[in-house]
Write a new protein. Structure first.
Length: 131
């Protein structure tokens, strides 16, 4: 079990070694298995003189294109490198997809809509309570 992963000074090395498409898929697979990923994205201008600098995307955030299952929070963005935090939106365990519950009230309201209350018999006093 891993709660968080730190990828500082790593992502551009993956791009140089395996390519942008592989790196995008790698981050997508990683965020589907880990709750939080912090990563640092290199800026292409830093690597103009590097032989593989042309492999980096113009926009560093393009590396996160395939991360549809994550909320991306940019922590630091400036002249240098961009640091992001990716938070997984949904997890999948043994074929069951689980997402965050915003509040107990929202969950019980959803639950109440899925349960058909009986037309006769016991009265419903609250979410899940039949007397």
């Amino acid at each position: 079990q891993v709660d968080a992963v730190l990828l500082f000074n790593i992502v551009h090395q993956l791009i140089f070694a395996r390519g942008l498409a592989y790196t995008r898929q790698f981050i997508h697979r990683l965020i589907s298995r880990v709750d939080v990923v912090f990563l640092e994205l290199a800026n292409r201008t830093e690597y103009q003189s590097h032989p593989k600098g042309h492999l980096l995307p113009e926009n560093p955030l393009a590396v996160l294109f395939d991360c549809v299952n994550a909320e991306v929070v940019t922590l630091v963005k400036g002249e240098g490198r961009t640091v992001c935090k990716l938070v997984r939106r949904r997890g999948c365990f043994a074929g069951v997809s689980i997402g965050p519950i915003e509040s107990v009230q929202a969950y019980t309201a959803t639950l109440a809509r899925t349960i058909d209350p009986p037309t006769t018999g016991p009265r419903r006093h609250g979410a899940g309570c039949w007397c």
